[in-house]
Design a protein around this ligand. Sequence first.
Ligand code: SF4
Ligand code: MG
Length: 283
Amino acid sequence: MATFKDFRNNVKPNWCPGCGDFSVQAAIQRASANVGLEPEDLGLVSGIGCSGRISGYIKSYGFHSIHGRSLPVAQGVKMANRDLTVIASGGDGDGFAIGTAHTVHAIRRNIDVTYIVMDNQIYGLTKGQTSPRSEAGFKTKSTPNGSIESSLNIMEMALSADAGFVAQSFSSDLKELTQLIEQGIQHKGFSLINVFSPCVTFNKVNTYDWFKENLTKLSDIEGYDPNDRTAAMNTLMEYNGLVSGLIYQNKEKQAYEDMVDGFSQEPLVNQQLTLDQEYFDQL
Ligand code: SF4
Ligand code: MG
């Protein structure tokens, strides 16, 4: 059985020392091993950004796609080969700006993909501009007088789009993050895990210390029930989205691939090979 070390390759990440993305890499490796995967069982599709490099830093099948488009690729991979565990990954600029529509529709479509977003509330790769996750008033090179736009509350958006699995965590909490990724992988259907992953180089506001002061663990809220969508929405509003843990899960929501007509449970790649063989036999 594989251990997390088997999900390491020999590529050295070129993230800045202290970047939160290192913990996400470690958590994906640990969670994959903990749920019993081998490297060849995992397909990791990433978008563009500092965090998008992650598909090259984990030993598995990997696809470094284009900006905001990790989800269309990941959903296609899953539909073509349902034996593969598929993780999509990228940053907040990638998934919640250019890729927002893909995120919303992947949530409602509910193909069995785990989407892990490294949310640093800034564009890191392009050297520090305001993202849709930056708070109003946030000063960067693109908003020298402070952003006049409000931040997109992505967890509330996911609940509104009828998500079956919504979680949030923090790079500093490797244990919680690993457990949530395990739960996301095991959830049958689309799962969204937003990870506060500080950009130590360009975001001097939302630092590790800032999150330690401002994040509330859902496990510390008495009686919190992740099966109650209304309570989840109310809690997100009450804490301005600054909570960590499993926010909501609906185990009853059926995955797309289990409902679509005309598909056997055979992976599409095998069906396609059969069709191709028939075609060639006719020539
Ligand atoms: Fe991480 Fe920020 Fe450095 Fe990018 S610029 S690698 S997000 S610390
Ligand atoms: Mg970002």
